[in-house]
Design a binder for this molecule. Structure first.
Ligand SMILES: *Cc1c(COP(=O)(O)O)cnc(C)c1O
Length: 403
């Protein structure tokens, strides 16, 4: 290195320390916890066993024995790495089998699997729309939808959350506009647990000649028959054009997919950039996801357990006087309001042996801070009762619950 060069580059990077300091000052710096073992109803953090109310492991499949065995077998059969991107030499029979069986499970013509749900959005949105086109997007849509929309270079028109009148006004105003039009919504909004209005979106898409797309990350394995997702929940098979899903939440492993018409999936194989330019899922991931599909197809036991747990917990929390917001799913926001109070509450929960996170601005609006409790089929009744006992006591002590 030439003398002096390091000091020059250090100067150019001085914004890093300033930005970090800013995050600390505003209390927005996230101290990331490390789990010292597997993901389950209980986790070990800093040597301490805690009840896990934070994860998206809705069905407890992340450490399921059958998924583990399927992953191990795939390592023996296919090795540990795909060796290439899907479009060159990284497509193995375990990937195509997963795609076929996932399509059957989803009741879709075809699916294409990506490395994550995030990548699936980055892959599919720029294939659906481009520079001369327009996207209508709910203001609370997930970050990966927003990034996919930006990558597409289409014009983005956001409408207020779930405001179908406002959406129709935008569509009416653009009625004579040439180019393609895409309406895009989350299936389940992850901070409040409320549902996208898919029936209304399907109607509007048909009326105004738009493509309809839903990102159902928190609905896969949770909503619909056997966890087939939100399109199944609303009985909209054939009326929603594109479904994006994740394999990283209820499915217990990692990955994402697009489900839709066979010709669109065919085009995605030619044009989906994360599919073309980033290596595929490992064989063990594909095999574990395939095993999750088999488990869900064979039985809805875990999905039923998840909903039973969610109803029990949410009902008891309301009885304790907590405000659980507008949730329609196992996502349980415990509304607190003030961000500092929410942080203190999360800290007290953690001291009492409960791993739960406070969520505040900018993830949710100012004054809408909350603890977001994620219920899982893996929780036993005793686990939920333990959580309710702690919430009840701390809620009274800290003046958060109304009773
Ligand atoms: C979690 C989530 C994703 C990302 O899924 P990954 O598989 O973790 O990349 C995408 N969209 C929505 C709506 C999500 O909630």
């Amino acid at each position: 290195m030439v003398k002096g060069e390091d000091t020059v580059s250090k100067k150019a990077l001085s914004f890093v320390d300033a930005e970090l300091a800013g995050l600390h000052e505003q209390n927005l710096y996230n101290n990331i916890r490390t789990l010292e073992g597997e993901q389950g109803a209980w986790v070990v953090i800093a040597g301490r066993r805690m009840l896990n109310l934070c994860s998206n492991n809705y069905l407890g499949l992340a450490a399921n024995t059958r998924l583990k065995e399927a992953a191990k077998q795939a390592i023996d059969d296919f090795g540990v790495g795909p060796g290439a991107v899907r479009s060159i030499a990284g497509t193995m029979s375990i990937h195509t089998q997963l795609e076929r069986e996932l399509a059957r499970f989803k009741k879709a013509e075809a699916t294409l699997v990506f490395q994550s749900g995030f990548n699936a959005n980055l892959g599919v949105i720029p294939v659906l729309v481009g520079r001369d086109d327009v996207i209508y997007s709910d203001e609370l849509n997930h970050a990966s939808i927003i990034d996919g929309c930006r990558l597409s270079r289409a014009e983005i028109k956001a409408h207020p959350h779930l405001d179908m009148k406002a959406l129709e006004e935008l569509l009416k105003a653009d009625a004579a506009r040439p180019g393609r039009k895409l309406i895009i919504t989350d299936g389940v909004f992850s901070m409040d647990g409320d549902l996208g209005n898919l029936p209304a979106v399907a109607d509007l898409a048909e009326k105004y000649g738009c493509v309809s797309m839903v990102d159902d990350a928190h609905g896969e394995g949770v909503l619909g028959s056997h966890g087939r997702g939100i399109v199944d929940h609303y009985g909209l098979h054939g009326r929603f054009d594109v479904e994006v899903g994740t394999l990283s939440k209820a499915f217990g492993c990692v990955g994402g997919f697009v489900a839709g018409p066979a010709n669109l999936i065919d085009l995605l194989r030619q044009r989906g950039r994360p599919f073309l330019f980033s290596s595929s899922l490992t064989p063990s991931e594909a095999a574990a996801n395939l095993e999750a599909v088999h488990i869900l197809e064979a039985s809805d036991k875990l999905v039923v357990q998840l909903w039973e747990n969610a109803r029990y917990f949410q009902g008891a929390m309301r009885e304790l006087g907590f405000d659980t917001g507008r949730t329609q799913t196992p996502i349980t926001p415990v509304m607190i309001g003030d961000a500092g109070k929410a942080r203190d509450f999360a800290k007290a929960l953690q001291e009492a042996g409960i791993f739960a996170m406070a969520i505040g601005f900018p993830t949710v609006a100012k004054g809408r801070a909350r603890i977001r409790v994620m219920i899982s089929a893996a929780h036993s009744r005793a686990d939920l009762d333990f959580a309710l006992g702690v919430f009840g006591r701390l809620g009274r002590e800290m003046g958060i619950s109304r009773r």
